[in-house]
Design a protein around this ligand. Structure first.
Ligand code: FE2
Length: 355
């Protein structure tokens, strides 16, 4: 239930204050009076009124100063203030107006006018309060909706990344069923990409699309994919098609992860010297992401167990990657690899195959 309206009268003349009180005695308001601005300020702080009738000419803090003080306060600026002035006090009116006064009442004041003015000011206050309240409710609703939307976007993004990761795992499932190879590839690529100065957004795309590099293995017959020994020339030709197959599966998407995944699938077996496959691209004609994944992929393959080989010791794999600088690999990326060996070793030690 709405409480009673609360009116504050401020005037240094006790006669006038009494007249005000008598005038509104039957209006049902809570009434407070103050004979100085200082006293009024203390009352407002303690119990904010719904409107104030204010005399301008008072000892101590003037009415104009008091008005300015209230209009500068976040909690008090919406209290309507009616300023009482005499005839011809043009300067004082202007000063009060610039201090934020909402209404002017000219002396001599009749009881009828005072009652009407107060009613109007209280209406104004109720209206302002309701607007502010509705605005608060609206703000809270917007905040809540924004939070929900952000949460949905976050969950969608998580699902999207998880789907990409699981798609990558499906491709690796036959020859490596723990997913740790693709996890390490992501981590190695992140280390290299960051060292090479990729922006965060670009790095994120690289990290989440790199696991798709061998997606085309889905289309390679088991007899070739899982063959324990060396592949024949014909078999190797078929094995090479995992690059184009992967690129085709991922081609034509609007999704940056899948787009980059397609580029990486196609280019991760190209060599800096142009002797790679499937296109025989050389040097910077090979997309950067493909060049980065090439280093990460070969290094990880060397130190991992495969159906046809035992894992190679870390130091030996490092020297093989370094030997490939400028021939198999982009020398700049091998430099990054050399500079970040500590990180590579940490990942190699911590993200192990679970067999
Ligand atoms: Fe591959």
């Amino acid at each position: 239930m709405k409480g009673r309206d609360h009116v504050l009268f401020v005037d240094d003349d006790p006669e006038i204050l009494r007249f005000y009180q008598d005038t509104v005695a039957d209006e049902g308001y809570e009434v407070a009076t103050a004979h100085t601005s200082e006293m009024a300020a203390a009352l407002v702080r303690e119990y904010p009124p719904h409107t104030i009738i204010l005399d301008l000419d008072m000892p101590g803090m003037s009415g104009v100063e008091f008005c300015r003080l209230l209009k500068a306060g976040k909690d008090t600026l919406s209290i309507p203030i009616a300023v009482v002035t005499g005839h011809g006090e043009r300067e004082a009116r202007l000063a009060a107006l610039s201090a934020g006064a909402d209404e002017f009442i000219t002396k001599p004041i009749t009881a009828g006018e005072l009652r009407l003015r107060i009613r109007n000011m209280l209406k104004l206050k109720a209206y302002t309060d309701r607007l502010a309240q509705e605005q608060d409710i609206l703000d809270a609703m917007v905040r809540e909706r924004t939070r929900e939307l952000e949460e949905t976007v976050r969950r969608l993004e998580q699902t999207r990344l998880e789907t990409i990761f699981r798609l990558s795992r499906a491709a690796e499932y036959k020859d490596e069923d723990t997913g740790s190879h693709i996890r390490r590839i992501s981590m190695y690529c992140e280390v290299l990409g960051r060292y090479l100065g990729l922006e965060e957004s670009e790095l994120r795309v690289l990290v989440h699309s790199a696991p798709l590099h061998d997606l085309g293995k889905i289309g390679i017959p088991d007899a070739i994919l899982l063959k324990p020994g060396k592949l024949t020339e014909d078999e190797f030709e078929i094995m090479k098609t995992h690059t184009t197959l992967g690129a085709e599966i991922l081609a034509g998407s609007d999704d940056p992860y899948l787009q980059t995944g397609s580029i990486i699938a196609l280019s991760h077996h190209e060599r800096w010297d142009g002797r790679g496959y499937p296109k025989g691209l050389a040097a910077e004609d090979i997309p950067l992401h493909g060049r980065i994944v090439a280093v990460a992929d070969v290094f990880d393959a060397l130190v991992s167990k495969r159906p046809y080989k035992d894992p190679m010791p870390f130091a030996k794999a490092v020297s093989i990657v370094r030997d490939g600088s400028g021939s198999q690999f982009d020398a700049g990326i091998v430099d990054a690899f050399s500079e970040e060996l500590g990180e590579f070793e940490r990942i190699y030690q911590t993200v192990q195959d679970e067999d």
